[in-house]
Design a protein around this ligand. Structure first.
Ligand code: AKB
Length: 320
């Protein structure tokens, strides 16, 4: 069987996407590629892995060619908050890395490339409620600019070079396995760690900052469903809105307090992350994803909070 390459396999999404793909396609067929951060033990033990610096065109070209790759899930990305303070690395990974992956894919006849985009591909001029799939984008963060670049480049490689590139604009992702720390939506993960460890959390976004969010099982499902969708039914390619839930810090705090007795949240606003969050949509219109490949999320705020607390308690009591 032809091989699947997952870049960014140590990251929040990559570390859960690899096991999901291995379950479907067999452990030996899914190659986990990481760079600086060590891969989680289960990813390392359940199939092959390589060290891959996506900013090196030569390394990417060699790996894709020598490993006989048929599909690439390009998950490497420097997230919004870190990208603002590390422009050079963010540019190298998010812009050059994406270009290197697409060029290697074309050179080695890769069948399909999945490149996630983000709600960060929108900006302060975008309509914030029920943001349409096609609308003004104009992001004002380096991460957002790199995501718009990835969408356009993906659509270009599809139209001009016949490469099957697909991508979706993911909301903030909530998960218990790998804690994200470089983004703007990460408060919605950190709140659960605070609740379990000390029954309190200090939030860096204001109480009424509404953002689109999604629980990890829905995120993995959206990525795999899009990859497997019949291409003949797709009008969009690298730029699908995918919605799930939308909430504010005060609403998730209420959901956590209903489940963790004595939980309290206070606020210490981080102006940089607040400005980023204020430039992003409150909610997404994902009609195109629903109509073209049958997207439907399963988790709402309550079911997500129940599952997060259950699994994170187990992880933290095991010393994770
Ligand atoms: C971030 O906050 O940077 C990411 C994203 C919304 O893409 N979680």
């Amino acid at each position: 069987m032809k091989k699947i390459l997952v870049t960014g396999a140590a990251g929040q999404i990559g570390s859960e996407l690899v096991p999901a793909l291995r379950e479907r396609h067999g452990g030996e067929n899914v190659i986990a590629a990481g760079h600086r951060t060590a891969l989680p033990a289960d990813v390392q033990e359940s199939g092959p892995s390589i060290k891959l610096d996506v900013t090196s065109a030569a390394e990417v070209m060699k790996a894709v060619g020598e490993l006989g790759i048929e599909t690439i899930y390009h998950m490497s990305s420097i997230l919004s908050a870190l990208a603002e303070s590390n422009r050079q690395i963010a540019y190298a990974v998010n812009i050059n890395g994406t270009y290197n992956i697409l060029e290697a894919a074309v050179s080695h006849n890769v069948g399909q490339v999945i490149i996630p985009s983000s709600i960060a591909a929108f900006g302060p001029d975008t309509p914030q409620e029920n943001t349409p799939n096609e609308t003004i984008q104009r992001p004002n963060t380096l991460y957002g600019i790199s995501k718009v670049f990835g969408e356009h480049l993906g659509n270009y490689y599809h139209e001009k070079l016949g490469l099957d590139v697909r991508g979706l604009r993911l909301p903030g992702i909530i998960s218990w396995k790998t804690e994200p720390t470089a983004g703007t939506t990460d408060y919605a993960v950190a709140i659960f760690y605070g609740a379990i460890r000390e029954k309190k959390y200090t939030c860096y976004l204001g109480p009424h900052t509404r953002l689109p969010m999604m629980y990890m099982p829905d995120c993995i499902k959206s990525i795999i469903d899009l990859a497997q969708a019949d291409g003949s039914g797709l009008k969009h390619h690298a730029d699908f809105n995918v919605g799930a839930v939308s909430f504010t810090p005060s609403e998730i705090a209420e959901a956590v307090a209903a489940r963790v007795e004595g939980f309290e949240m206070d606020y210490k606003i981080d102006p940089m992350r607040q400005a980023i969050a204020d430039s992003w949509p409150d909610s997404l219109d994902d009609t195109a994803a629903r109509e073209e490949w049958g997207w439907t999320p399963s988790y709402d705020l309550d079911s997500m909070s129940d599952d997060m607390l259950k699994n994170l308690k187990i992880k933290l009591s095991d010393g994770g």
